[in-house]
Design a protein around this ligand. Structure first.
Ligand code: NDP
Ligand code: MG
Length: 359
């Protein structure tokens, strides 16, 4: 039986990679739903390529409910991905989840809902994909080690980072991704989001999630088992790999990319500089505090990034904005998505007020 696949954010970096994987195996996959937001011409092109798919740029939640896919690839950027993830789970669809914001904002509620609905959430974020498959093979680890490329400013001094432009931040050394996540990789807010994502997805304490800078982006993450040994997943930095792993799961995916050659391969590792990238420590703290802090970390950072992109604040203001919003009280208990959306909105307002005061 073919898997009926929905691709949310089909015009984006993840969406295109997912379509590439699926197009190579029409015997196993059928595209039933494609969504976009602003790239309408591209969506129309996709409609020609996949004529039986429902294509939408609005009413996405209704479309998910109507189509009821077997598996949904969520490649929507940012917090806008949360409600579509929930709609997919409620429609009984498994979730191949690239949209890390779903977990950061409301991970516990989303995992509980998935359990109730009997559907699987298979992470696509490359680090979490690596960890997910390692844990499936080996069991629960004592420590998770997330690798980070270090981004384009790895070798910059703080003084040099003071005046970097949006263009500088978009020049990622190893990965080719959408705008928001690329800026987050430059500030290491992306690794911060991933620390939180790992804590929630793998039910592990924040202090047992470590980060190591690995500029080649070949080792996609590691786990340390109770005997002290480390286990890692290695492949070229190409998202078609974790996307295929999620789409074929629980089967083993055929190779989605060329294999890695060990003929001349140098792998380097170094400690992240939290003075240069203070947003990392904020993420560990938000993960420790739990409650609404992870959601607020994401919301404040999203606002800060959109201000940086529109030249309303500097690159080094991004962690300052997040820190300002996170020092407020976000310790309210909650058991519904409405409370999450409310905190998200409030945190954004606080971020915007702070940015206006800074100028
Ligand atoms: P892109 O910016 O390349 O693509 C985003 C997609 O989401 C586009 O199709 C866009 O539509 C759509 N979209 C944006 N805003 C909305 C909205 N408000 N409502 C509905 N659809 C919307 O992002 P990426 O593919 O890089 O990232 C997608 C997600 O995957 C993010 O959560 C990111 O963190 C995660 N991820 C991405 C990786 C990567 O390699 N790119 C790696 C690991 C995780 P349109 O363009 O038509 O406006
Ligand atoms: Mg990642």
């Amino acid at each position: 039986m073919k898997k009926r696949v929905a691709i949310l954010g089909a015009t984006g970096s993840i969406g295109k990679s997912a379509l590439d994987v699926i197009s190579k195996d029409p015997d196993n996959f059928e595209v039933v739903l494609l969504s976009a937001r602003s790239r309408i011409t591209e969506l129309e092109q996709l409609k020609k390529q996949f004529p039986s798919a429902v294509c939408v740029n609005n009413n996405l939640l209704d479309a998910i409910r109507n189509v009821q896919p077997d598996i949904t690839v969520n490649g929507i950027a940012g917090s806008a991905g949360l409600e579509p993830s929930i709609a997919a789970i409620k429609s009984g669809s498994n979730l191949a989840l690239a949209n890390k914001e779903t977990i950061v904002m409301a991970g516990e509620l989303v995992l509980k809902l998935a359990k109730e609905m009997g559907v699987n959430i298979i992470p696509v974020d490359s680090e979490h994909s690596a960890i997910y498959h390692l844990i499936n093979g080996l069991g629960a680890p004592s420590e998770i080690i997330l690798t980070a490329s270090g981004g384009p400013f790895r070798k910059h001094t703080i003084q040099e980072m003071q005046n970097v432009t949006v263009e500088d931040a978009l020049a990622h050394p190893t990965w080719n991704m959408g705008t928001k996540i690329t800026i987050d990789s430059a500030s290491m807010a992306n690794k911060g989001l991933e620390i939180i994502e790992a804590c929630i997805l793998f039910k592990i304490q924040a202090d047992n999630v470590k980060v190591v800078v690995h500029p080649q982006s070949i080792v996609h993450s590691m786990i340390r088992m109770h005997n002290g040994a480390f286990y890692a997943q290695l492949s070229k930095p190409d998202m078609r790999n974790p996307i295929a792993d999620a789409l074929y799961w629980p089967e083993i995916a055929p190779p989605a990319i060329d294999p890695l050659s060990f003929d001349s391969l140098t792998l380097e590792f170094e400690k992240p500089d939290t003075n240069k990238f203070p947003i990392l420590n904020l993420a560990w703290e938000a993960a420790r505090l739990g409650k609404l802090y992870p959601c607020v970390y994401n919301a404040a950072n999203e606002e800060a990034v959109s201000c940086f992109i529109s030249n309303k604040c500097g690159f080094l203001d991004i962690p300052k904005i997040a820190e300002y919003v996170l020092q407020m009280d976000w310790s309210k208990e909650f058991d519904n998505i409405e409370a999450v959306l409310e905190a998200d909105k409030k945190a954004r307002l606080e971020a915007v007020n702070f940015i206006q005061k800074m100028r």
